[in-house]
Write a new protein. Structure first.
Length: 153
């Protein structure tokens, strides 16, 4: 099965984010939008994982959250991955709570990497505390996207 580890966000926050998406939907074609109920902050993408590893992964995640206190997350920036010349993902980045998310992602990564029988690869890219608003269906350099980014920021 295909797995990732993520932080869910409140329903009222998802509703506000749907409003941000609507700014782009009016002006931008060619984006497959993330439905509000599926919005989340990915801490670690695991890929295809054997069913027999689920329990061990769950145990490592329980260890990762020991001592983690509840924290607030605010979103403050909209951008694209990998860059404006070849955008693939339209994202909303965390501001407040970013450091806590980075620390949690680091803890999850360390615990999973230290468990040889899980055999996960270390993430090559630096962690980026964001949620995916949508994915571009094809490469585009439409100025309307960037005006939408400016308007939303």
């Amino acid at each position: 099965m295909r797995l990732f580890i993520a932080v869910n966000i409140r329903a009222e926050t998802k509703d506000k984010i749907a409003g941000i998406q609507s700014v782009f939907k009016k002006n931008c074609d060619g984006i497959k939008w993330t439905s509000p109920e599926n919005l989340h902050l990915t801490l670690k993408f695991l890929g295809e994982v054997d069913d027999n590893k689920k329990d061990l992964i769950s145990e490592k995640l329980r260890q990762a959250v020991i001592g983690i206190k509840k924290f607030e997350i605010d979103f403050e920036k909209i951008g694209v991955f990998p860059d404006e010349t070849s955008p693939r993902v339209l994202w909303l980045g965390a501001g407040t709570g970013k450091t806590e998310l980075e620390n949690l992602a680091q803890k999850v990564e360390s615990l999973l990497m230290s468990t040889a029988e899980l055999d996960f690869e270390k993430e090559k890219r630096p962690f980026s505390a964001h949620l995916t608003l949508g994915r571009f269906k094809s490469l585009t350099r439409s100025p309307r996207i960037y005006s939408g980014v400016s308007e939303a920021n």
